[in-house]
Design a binder for this molecule. Structure first.
Ligand code: FRU
Length: 487
């Protein structure tokens, strides 16, 4: 891929014309454009931000660098949906146009309180010496026009005792007149932390309260990105992305997105975990998950994540775009683990059944595999002669499910390894596999584990083979994300 200079990465988007040509000549024509996953109009998409349900509609923003497939000057782009299935592009939401966010409007979250919608985000400010000073910033979002009004000054600047890595505000209303913001941070000893600010008012009076003490996890990666505390099925769940550690089941990857189940004491800032750190997703490409509730009570929690990882290159970089979102999923706690199932509404995507006897994988489909043996061995995206592809196999003795993508023609990010595994709690009964033009999401045993990955098959790699006995159903899926040029 071409080398991007600092000037090119931090160039401002002056008008849609800056990227119109890139969209119509290279991106729109790409065979890897997704048909039911959120993807960037142009350039790079990363974290989901400000996921929110308001007045019968879901709103989601994403980190966006419009001018190319690299991490550069970040904006927030806005998409919305009535049902979390069909999504529409709504255009640019937060542009980095103030002194405090001069080098990017980084990740953050949304709050609906007293009838007002607020967006909290990190202003990635850099001074003339290119030193980074992160600010926590606020904007109000107006329904209808979906325009925003930024505050003239940030809410607060960096906390002492921590490095330049302080970002990703997660706003939480604990009760009337009690709000907290959780930020991802790195302390001066280069350890990952979640730090907390508190206020009685969502728009002012913010003061530093301290860092969350997480017994057993105070030396766990050198930076925690995108931390949040959710309340799911009666438990508190601390979700975060610890960086620069190697963990079981994730090959050589240094970037993780996982969670601890436990209980959060906001007065004393202690999160007491019950059990170990779990990955949210066992595949190759998933990061920076963000949750939103349909009901105020958080009775039902939906999650969506960036289908990508930091510090990685993807084959579509050559076409001028990179990244997409995962499918939205529903979260529940069972046996002290998160159960992650594709959203119920996604069955609306089904058009008709394809005949599995053809051994052919449509570009956009849902495949259900009901396993009828103790072992399982299947290969997706093989060639016609059944060579290559992604192999999925289950060893009933070790209970380890393996996903091996080393057989694909077009490999990428191979430094992170080509194999992912996960030990299952139960025998393998069922796989529900969502395939879009350039992704595969494998849900195991009704949400016991998920493997999410980008995949870039050649047109010859669209076959599959099942080597053990199983009943298979394949549904063709309709397009659901309107891929139009709205900036
Ligand atoms: C995570 C992240 C965040 C940051 C954003 C910038 O992928 O690095 O910590 O706010 O991306 O785009």
């Amino acid at each position: 891929m071409k080398e991007w200079t600092r000037e090119e990465r931090y160039r401002t988007l002056e008008s849609p014309d800056d990227v119109r040509e890139m969209y119509s000549s290279r991106i729109k024509e790409s065979v890897y454009r997704q048909s039911y996953h959120i993807q960037p109009v142009t350039g790079l998409l990363n974290d989901p931000n400000g996921f929110l349900h308001y007045n019968g509609e879901w709103h989601l923003f994403y980190q966006w660098f419009p001018l190319g497939p690299v991490h550069g000057l970040k904006h927030w782009y806005h998409v919305s949906s009535k049902d979390l299935v069909t999504w529409n592009n709504r255009g640019l939401a937060v542009a980095p146009d103030r002194w405090y966010d001069n080098k990017g409007a980084y990740s953050g979250s949304a709050l609906l309180t007293d009838g007002k919608l607020y967006l909290y985000y990190t202003g990635n400010h850099r001074n003339d010496n290119w030193e980074r000073i992160p600010y926590t910033c606020l904007a109000e979002l107006f329904e209808g026009s979906w325009r925003i009004k930024k505050w003239d000054e940030p809410l607060f600047g960096p906390a002492e005792g921590y490095t330049e890595h302080q970002r990703d505000p997660k706003i939480i209303k604990l009760k009337e007149n009690r709000y907290v913001i959780v930020l991802g941070a790195q302390n001066d000893a280069k350890q990952g932390r979640a730090i907390v600010y508190e206020s009685d008012n969502p728009t002012s009076n913010w003061r530093f309260k301290g860092e969350i003490n997480v017994p057993g996890f105070m030396d766990f990666g050198d930076m925690w990105e995108c931390p949040s505390v959710q309340h799911i099925s009666g438990y508190d769940v601390l979700m975060f992305c610890p960086q620069h550690i190697t963990l079981k089941y994730r090959g050589q990857s240094q970037n993780h997105n996982g969670y601890l189940i436990g209980s959060m004491d906001w007065d004393n800032l202690v999160f007491q975990p019950i059990g170990q750190f779990h990955e949210l997703d066992f595949g190759f490409d998933s990061y920076a998950a963000e949750c939103a509730a349909r009901k105020r009570t958080w009775a039902e929690t939906n999650m969506i994540a960036w289908m990508g990882i930091p510090d990685a290159e993807y084959p579509t970089d050559d076409e001028g775009w990179s990244g997409c979102m995962t499918l939205p999923r529903t979260l529940r706690v069972r046996n002290r683990r998160l159960i992650q199932e594709p959203l119920q509404e996604l069955t609306q995507l089904r058009i008709d059944e394809a005949d599995p006897a053809m051994g052919f994988l449509p570009d956009a489909c849902e495949m259900n595999v009901f396993n009828q043996e103790e072992e399982l061995d299947i290969a997706l995206f093989t060639k016609k002669d059944h060579t290559g592809g992604i192999r999925i196999y289950f060893n009933s003795k070790s209970r380890i499910l393996t996903v091996d993508r080393s057989g694909m023609d077009r490999l990428f990010n191979t430094d992170d390894g080509n194999i992912r595994t996960r030990k299952l709690e139960n025998p393998l009964d069922h796989l529900r596999i969502y395939i879009d033009h350039s992704s595969v999401e494998i849900f195991v045993n009704n949400g016991d584990a998920v493997f999410t990955s980008r995949v870039f098959p050649h047109y010859t790699e669209h076959h599959f083979e099942i080597n053990t006995k199983a009943e298979v159903h394949i549904w063709n899926l309709r397009p659901a994300v309107v891929d139009n040029f709205i900036i």
